[in-house]
Design a protein around this ligand. Sequence first.
Ligand code: AMP
Length: 396
Amino acid sequence: MPMNRRGGKSSASFPRSKKSSQRKPKAQLQPKNFVHRDVKPPELSTHTSAYSYQDLDLHPNLQRNISAKGYTDPTPIQEQAIPPILKGEDLLGIAQTGSGKTAAFLIPLINKLANNRDEQVLILAPTRELAEQINEEFRALGKKLGLFSALCVGGQSMRKQIEILEKGSRMVIGTPGRIMDLTDKGKLDLSHMSTIVLDEVDRMLDMGFIEDIRRLIREFPEERHSLFFSATLDPKIQNLMREFLRQSYQEVKLQASPSSEHIYQDVVLYSHPEEKKRKLKELLEDYQDDGKVLVFANTKKGVDFLERTFQDMNFAAIGIHGDKEQPERKRTLKQFKSGEVNILIATDVAARGLDISNVSLVVNYDAPENYDDYIHRIGRTGRAGAIGQARTFVEE
Ligand code: AMP
């Protein structure tokens, strides 16, 4: 049984940390937050969509693209979100990456673009990687419909992006910084856009994009179709949401933390750095034949250190963080997705919004600062109906 593996053997009672209250004044999480041993197998089969894609009045080529992607039934978020978006209603979607939310907004928006040549869409995402993933999904779902997109993210040539925009792309996907640069240069006119999607708003706010987003929204016409996606909805996000959506909007909500119930969660106790490293090595040895492992460290330096240490020990490990150049980040993600390397070491920022599936184990080598981040991190495991595994290192 996976739940009896090494990481699950640690003691249920937690020795009080002698020094941690002085050293980490911000950490509010208790070790018990990282423990959930009574896992039940996920009940994936309980969801049956009330309708199939074929029941929807979608462009035939879009129907074909959906089938070609291998999507047979709408996921819960798609089931709830596609019909109101098709009707042109504003939408608040509370859902995480992994729920199929990208297709939940892309399917109806592609349909709008295909049927109406005046339609123009802007999708804002917090990170380049997420924007790229949305773009890839758009390219697959938007085939043979005469549509093309402009991917406008930092770290890539702005000149090429401008060329694509000048060709008249009606789908613009980007990160707030680059979209602002392009509007400031007069290369992107938001006042003619008919639809705007804000994806992963909670992450955009965490990353300090709130004023940029407000400024961009002001450039949009008052009369517009607005979609707002976030995994959480704290008061700051609610304020922005109220400014952004029309008064009557549809709300689509997935269970608060859909994935954590079927994730076996435990702590790994250590008392000094060498022991911490040794215990991580044992965990990685245990899991490396079982699939992919995602290790979180809180700093870029921490990621670099773990990458070096474990590569030196001949693990197929690779690190990703915000200081790495875009092509390298892209390559890393590809290698991890394809299974060429099976251990990815990441900071929260780098991992945000990434569609990394089939992770058998999430390791919090450094404990996250808050519970939202914790849930977000461990949500990478236990997808598609599998029991996931999560371990968090806690100092004795
Ligand atoms: P997302 O939440 O948009 O990041 O999607 C997570 C993953 O689910 C992606 O790999 C999608 O390709 C996949 N996906 C989206 N919709 C469906 C569907 N209806 N059936 C199966 N997989 C899907």
